[in-house]
Design a protein around this ligand. Structure first.
Ligand code: NAP
Length: 459
C-alpha cells in the first residue's frame, strides 16, 4: 500500500520534472537536485510517534495497547487525520493513510497537512468504560504532539463522535486555560462539532459521482464525444436508463452515499446492492435504502442477514456473501469499507464501469493498472472521499470563531469546495492520457512542490 502512493507521487514528480512550465526558474542540475529532495520529502513522514498505552481492564488485567500517531507533512498547515481503532491497523498502513491526507488536503485546498493515528484494538471486545480509558490514554501519551495548531485528529474506522468528545475533554484537562475546541474534529454538535460532519464524506462521495455524471457533462458534451472512455459513454447514455449502483460497506460513508444516490433527483439511480461485513443484499429493481438505514440504526449498524429480518421491514432482496457486491454487473461500484478490496486475485471478476473510492486505498496498484487498462474509470479516494476533512476544517474554523453554521450552509460550502476541485481536474482528465488518479496526484503534488520550493525546503 505504501508503495502505491509512493509510486504515483514519483510518477507525478517525473511528469513535473519534464514539464517546462513547472518552476521554470529551476534548470539543469539544480532542477534535478530539487526533484530528488521533493521525492525524499514526500515519500517519508516527518514523524512516527509510537506508544504502548497502559490500560487497566475491568477484569483486573493490565494491557499494553500499541498506538501510533504519524505526521506525514505540515507544509500546508497543522497535521490532520483520523484515529483508527482496529485490530489490523499497523504502522505501514497509518503512514500510507497519513500521506494520503497530505495529498487530499493539497488537492482540495484545505490548509492542513497530513496525519493519521491508529490504536490496535478490536473495539467490540472492550466495555465502554475501557474504551473511554483507552481514548484518554491516547491523548495523554501523545499530548505533546497534538493540538489545535499542531496536529488535529478526527474519527476513523472504529471511532466516532463519542471518542472525539472524550479525547477533546482529556486534552482540555491536560492543557487547562488553552484553546481546546480545535484539538479534535468530528465531535458531537453539542461539544462544538459541526452540523453535517457525520454525513459529509458520504455526501461528498455521491456529490463527486453526480457532478461528474450530470452537472459537468451538461456543459462538456463536445469534450465527451471526442473520447471513447467508459465514463464518457456511461455519462452520455445515463439519460436513457437508470444508473445501477452497488455499495460495499454500509457504515458512515457507505450508508450516506447509498441514501444520497437513492434520493437523488439529478440522476435516475437504482441502488441494486449494498453490503457490510456479513452480507450482500441485492435487488435488480433497486433496494429500499431508507428502510435499510433505519434497520441498521436499530441494530448496531448491521444490515439484515435473514429473510425474516427483511420481511420484518418489508424489504425485498437476495442475501448472499459479502464479497458478491464487488462482482455485480452495474454501472457504478462505490467502495466504502476497507483498503485492498479489489486486488490482483479478484480484479478480473469486477464488471462495474465506474468505481468510486469512498474508502481509502480500496484498490491495489496491480488492480488499478488492470482496470485502467480496460478503460474502467476509478474515481480516486483523494478526490471522492474528502468531504470529511473539508467539513472538519469548517468545524475547526467554527470552533475558533465560536460561530456555528447551519447544516445547509455546511453542505453548500462543502459542495462548492469539491466542485472547485472537480472543475480543475476533470477537463485535464479528458485532455491528456493520464488516469484520473494520476491527474489528481499531479495537481496535488504540483501545489505541495511549489510551496516546499517557495518555503526554501529543497536546498
Ligand atoms: P464504518 O462506519 O466503520 O463503516 C465501515 C463499513 O464497512 C461497515 O458497514 C462495515 O460492516 C463494513 N465492512 C467492514 N469490513 C468489511 C468487509 N470485509 N466487507 C464488506 N464490508 C465490510 O467506517 P466509515 O467511517 O464508513 O469508513 C469507511 C471507509 O471510508 C474507511 O476506509 C475510512 O478510512 C474511509 N473514510 C472515512 C471517512 C469518514 O469521514 N468516515 C473519511 C474518509 C475516508 P460492519 O458494520 O458489519 O462491520
Amino acid at each position: 500500500m505504501i508503495s502505491q502512493t509512493r509510486d504515483i507521487v514519483q510518477k507525478s514528480l517525473d511528469a513535473l520534472l519534464e514539464d517546462e512550465h513547472f518552476l521554470p526558474e529551476l534548470q539543469g542540475e539544480a532542477r534535478k537536485q530539487s526533484f530528488t529532495s521533493l521525492t525524499a520529502i514526500l515519500s517519508t513522514p516527518n514523524h512516527i510517534h509510537k506508544s504502548f498505552l497502559r490500560v487497566p481492564l475491568e477484569n483486573g488485567r493490565v494491557d499494553r495497547i500499541p498506538a501510533f500517531r504519524v505526521q506525514h507533512n505540515n507544509a500546508l498547515g497543522p497535521y490532520k487525520g483520523g484515529i483508527r481503532f482496529h485490530e489490523m491497523v499497523n504502522e505501514d498502513e497509518v503512514v500510507n493513510l497519513a500521506s494520503l491526507m497530505t495529498l487530499k488536503n493539497s488537492l482540495h485546498d484545505v490548509p492542513f497537512g497530513g496525519g493519521k493515528g491508529g490504536i490496535i484494538i478490536n473495539p467490540r471486545e472492550y466495555t465502554d468504560k475501557e474504551l473511554n480509558l483507552i481514548a484518554k490514554k491516547y491523548v495523554q501519551y501523545f499530548s505533546d504532539v497534538i493540538g489545535p495548531d499542531k496536529d488535529i485528529p478526527a474519527p476513523d474506522m472504529g471511532s466516532g463522535e463519542r471518542e472525539m468528545d472524550w479525547m477533546m475533554a482529556e486534552y482540555k484537562s491536560i492543557h487547562p486555560g488553552y484553546p481546546y475546541r480545535g484539538s479534535f474534529t468530528g465531535k458531537s454538535v453539542i461539544n462544538g462539532g459541526s452540523l453535517g460532519r457525520r454525513e459529509a464524506t458520504g455526501k461528498g462521495v455521491y456529490f463527486t459521482l453526480r457532478y461528474m455524471m450530470h452537472d459537468f457533462i451538461k456543459n462538456q458534451k463536445n469534450l465527451l464525444t471526442k473520447t471513447d472512455n467508459v465514463f464518457a459513454k456511461t455519462a452520455l447514455n445515463y439519460e436513457n436508463k437508470p444508473l445501477t449502483i452497488s455499495v460495499q460497506g454500509f457504515g458512515n460513508v457507505g450508508s450516506v452515499a447509498a441514501l444520497e444516490a437513492y434520493q437523488s433527483t439529478h440522476l435516475q439511480n437504482k441502488v441494486v446492492a449494498v453490503s457490510d461485513r456479513n452480507v450482500t443484499l441485492y435487488n435488480a429493481d433497486g433496494l429500499d435504502i431508507p428502510a435499510l438505514v433505519e434497520f441498521t440504526m436499530r441494530n448496531k449498524g448491521d444490515l439484515p442477514v435473514t429473510d425474516d429480518q427483511l420481511k420484518e421491514i418489508d424489504v425485498k432482496a437476495d442475501i448472499s456473501d459479502r464479497e458478491d457486491v464487488l462482482y455485480l454487473d452495474v454501472d457504478v461500484l462505490i467502495l466504502a469499507a476497507l483498503e485492498d478490496q479489489i486486488h490482483k486475485d479478484n480484479v478480473e471478476k469486477v464488471k462495474a464501469g465506474i468505481i468510486v473510492e469512498g474508502a481509502n486505498a480500496p484498490v491495489t496498484t496491480e488492480a488499478d493498472e488492470f482496470l485502467s487498462d480496460k478503460g474502467i474509470i476509478i474515481v480516486p479516494d483523494i478526490l471522492a472521499n474528502a468531504g470529511g476533512v473539508i467539513v472538519s476544517y469548517f468545524e475547526w474554523l467554527q470552533g475558533r470563531e465560536t460561530q456555528f453554521y447551519s447544516e445547509d450552509e455546511v453542505f453548500k460550502l462543502l459542495f462548492e469546495k469539491m466542485q472547485t476541485t472537480l472543475d480543475t481536474v476533470l477537463p485535464q482528465f479528458f485532455g491528456d492520457p493520464f488516469p484520473l488518479r494520476q491527474n489528481c496526484y499531479i495537481h496535488s503534488v504540483t501545489k505541495l512542490s511549489t510551496i516546499l520550493y517557495r518555503q526554501g525546503k529543497l536546498y
